[in-house]
Design a protein around this ligand. Structure first.
Ligand SMILES: O=C(O)C(=O)C[C@@H](O)[C@H](O)[C@H](O)COP(=O)(O)O
Length: 370
């Protein structure tokens, strides 16, 4: 374990965005403790939005942390990436209007990235913007999607194509919620954790290589440090570039390829983290073919992705053009130029818009399929 690992079990970080700054509280037993939730409620009206998988485990516990005098409504949506649609967000607006909620209401997103992104988008638009709190219950949402204010929904043509930047009032990461997380979801979250090491922190990457078994065994100290370090790296990047004009795009390592896989395969068939894991390997392989990384770097990346329990091969039914058609719609592109996040070294990412087309096509044609 690193010397800088925390010893106490609860930690708080800050996303520094002037008047939109907010804390990320991380630790066990946060849910149900009023001290962690009430400071971020705007008025007397609270809408908790969750899904059918999370509700039986954590909805009652969350409600215990809400003062009895509040007007609290609940909305339980179906689970899964395929529900991340405009129609689901409209259900949230309908519920808010039916309850007669006003601009001083607060939305609470209790769930994974799908719930967090949809609730954030609903909050961004309801009566032109109301407050919301992220209570992420999956590893992926705890280390990534709950932080930074990217909210929105998918479009059949592309992932997260409709949305808004809208920051939460607070992020409450109760690490106990990981105890009920299916193994496949845990692996998906580890993809985003590995991403931080690859883009910005070679030392963290080496630590992850050593501690991967402990993380997969839900060893509390290892998990707490992985979450804290990931959130810190993300908070620093978001504070520097809230709306992705520059450095924030580095957080998209593996996502250009990964989003193409998710959309092509049908949302939910590949988990986001699984597609990002393969996408990161594709980006690393391309970086090697550009002469920036060694074969040993590629093998090291493949080894840690495999150790996290993630796939290493792209879907067998995806042709080169299936990738390219989706990648042309990527939000990072400027005019007709494809912008990719690649690695100059393990731990150092760059944004690159000069990949020769034949090299990219060769990568897409030769990358292993299964
Ligand atoms: O926060 C960001 O910025 C990211 O890119 C983090 C990603 O891991 C996350 O999946 C994000 O939602 C992707 O955003 P998109 O803009 O590529 O749709």
């Amino acid at each position: 374990m690193s010397k800088s690992e925390p010893s106490s079990s609860r930690r708080s970080l800050q996303v520094a965005l002037d008047e939109r700054s907010y804390p990320i509280h991380i630790g066990p037993r946060l849910l149900g403790d009023p001290a962690w939730l009430t400071p971020y409620l705007a008025g007397q009206q609270v809408m908790v939005v969750t899904n059918e998988t999370v509700a039986p485990h954590y909805l009652a516990r969350l409600r215990e942390g809400l003062p009895a005098e509040l007007t609290v409504r609940e909305l339980i949506l179906p689970d899964g990436e395929s529900t991340k649609t405009f129609a689901s967000v409209a259900r949230i607006w309908d519920a808010l209007l039916e309850a007669g909620f006003n601009r001083r209401c607060t939305l609470i997103a209790l769930g994974g990235g799908v719930i967090g992104d949809m609730v954030g988008f609903a909050a961004a638009c309801y009566q032109r913007g109301v407050g919301f709190i992220q209570v992420p219950t999956t590893l992926l949402s705890q280390v990534d999607s709950s932080v930074g204010g990217k909210t929105g929904v998918n479009h059949p043509r592309g992932k997260n194509m409709i949305g808004a930047f809208w920051q939460p009032r607070a992020v409450l990461v109760d690490t106990d919620t990981l105890l009920t997380l299916p193994e496949r979801e845990l692996s998906a979250g580890l993809a985003e954790v590995i991403k931080y090491g690859l883009i910005r922190d070679a030392e963290f990457l080496a630590w992850l290589e050593d501690e991967m078994s402990a993380l997969r065994a839900l060893e509390p100290q290892a998990l707490a440090w992985a979450i804290e370090r990931s959130c810190q790296l993300k908070a620093d990047i978001v504070a520097e570039d809230e709306t992705e004009q520059g450095v924030r795009a580095l957080l998209n390592l593996g996502h250009t390829f990964g989003h193409a896989i998710e959309a092509h395969q049908g949302y939910g068939n590949w988990l986001h983290g699984e597609a990002v894991g393969v996408g990161m390997l594709m980006a690393v392989e391309l970086s090697q073919r550009l002469g920036w990384l060694s074969r040993a770097d590629v093998e090291r990346t493949a080894a840690i992705i495999a150790a996290a329990g993630l796939p290493l091969t792209a879907p067998a039914d995806m042709e080169v053009d299936d990738f390219l058609d989706r990648m042309r719609l990527d939000k990072k592109n400027v005019d007709a130029r494809l912008r990719l996040v690649l690695l100059e070294a393990l731990g150092r990412a760059v944004i690159h818009d000069e990949t020769p087309q034949p090299l990219l096509e060769e990568l897409l044609a030769t990358f292993p399929r299964r």
